[in-house]
Design a protein around this ligand. Structure first.
Ligand SMILES: Cc1ncc(C[n+]2csc(CCO)c2C)c(N)n1
Length: 233
C-alpha cells in the first residue's frame, strides 16, 4: 500500500497555478494536511472535547470566510467571476452554515453556544489575514489566499479516505471525513482550481508570482496553526 500521492491520485492538485503554489511550499503544506490533529481524526483517537472546540471555532471561521466571498463578488471584474463567487457565498450562507449548526447539535453544541463563543487567537489571525487580502488586494490575491482552505481540506479528506490507518466503523469523526473526501466537495474544489487558473491568467499571475506564493504560504501556516484552536477552545 502506497501513501496517497497527489501526482498519482489527484493530478489536478499538482497542475497549473494551484499546483505550482502547493509545490513551492511543500514542507508547510505537508505539515498542514498531515497534522497530528488530522491523524487523530482518522484513527478516531482525538478527544471529543478538542473536536467540539474545533467545531465551534470552525463555525466562526465559516462566517468570516463568507464575508471574504462577498468581497470576491465585489472584486470580480466579469459577470462570470461575480456569479462564481456568489455561488460559493450562497452555498455557505444557505446550506453549509445550517449544516454545520445541525452537525454541532449532534455533538451537543447548541446554536446559542456557537453564537456566544469567543473567537480564538488562531481564528482571529487567519480570518483577518484573509479579509485583509480581500480588502487591499485584487481578486487574484484573494483567491490565492483562500485557496489553501479550499484545496487543503479536500486533500486531507482524500488522504484520510485512502489511508489504511483510517477507522471507518465506530469512528465518531467518520462523517466529517466523509464530507471532505466526498464527491460533492471534490467537485467544488475542482471548480475552484479552474477558476484560480483563469483569474491567474487574466491578472498576470506569472509576473506577480513571488507575492502570490507568500500569500499562499501564509495561509497554509495559518491553517496549520488553526488545528491548535482545538486545544485552546
Ligand atoms: C479552518 C478551515 N479551513 C478550511 C475549511 C474548509 N472550508 C471552509 S469554507 C470552504 C469553502 C466552501 O465550502 C471550505 C472548503 C474549514 N471548514 N475550516
Amino acid at each position: 500500500m502506497h501513501e496517497w500521492q497527489a501526482e498519482r491520485d489527484w493530478p489536478l492538485l499538482t497542475q497549473g497555478l494551484a499546483g505550482r503554489l502547493r509545490n513551492d511550499c511543500m514542507a508547510q503544506w505537508m505539515e498542514f494536511v498531515r497534522h497530528p490533529f488530522v491523524r487523530s481524526v482518522g484513527d478516531g483517537t482525538l478527544a471529543p472535547e478538542a473536536f467540539r472546540n474545533f467545531l465551534i471555532q470552525d463555525y466562526l471561521y465559516l462566517i468570516q470566510y463568507t464575508r471574504a466571498c462577498a468581497l470576491a463578488v465585489h472584486k470580480a471584474d466579469t459577470v462570470t467571476g461575480m456569479r462564481h463567487a456568489a455561488h460559493l457565498l450562497s452555498g455557505i450562507l444557505n446550506t453549509e452554515l445550517s449544516m454545520h449548526v445541525a452537525y454541532c447539535a449532534g455533538w451537543g453544541i447548541d446554536e446559542t453556544a456557537l453564537e456566544q463563543a469567543e473567537e480564538s487567537l488562531e481564528l482571529l489571525a487567519y480570518s483577518r489575514f484573509i479579509l485583509d487580502r480581500a480588502q487591499t488586494g485584487d481578486l487574484l490575491d484573494l483567491l490565492v489566499t483562500m485557496a489553501p482552505c479550499l484545496i487543503g481540506y479536500a486533500e486531507l479528506g482524500a488522504r484520510l479516505h485512502a489511508d489504511p490507518a483510517t477507522k471507518r466503523e465506530g469512528n465518531p469523526y467518520w462523517s466529517w471525513i466523509a464530507l471532505y473526501g466526498g464527491a460533492e466537495y471534490t467537485e467544488l474544489v475542482e471548480e475552484g482550481i479552474h477558476r484560480l487558473e483563469k483569474v491567474g491568467a487574466a491578472c498576470g499571475a506569472q509576473a506577480r508570482y513571488p507575492a502570490l506564493v507568500r500569500e499562499f504560504a501564509t495561509s497554509v501556516r495559518l491553517e496549520t496553526a488553526f488545528w491548535a484552536t482545538a486545544r485552546s477552545g
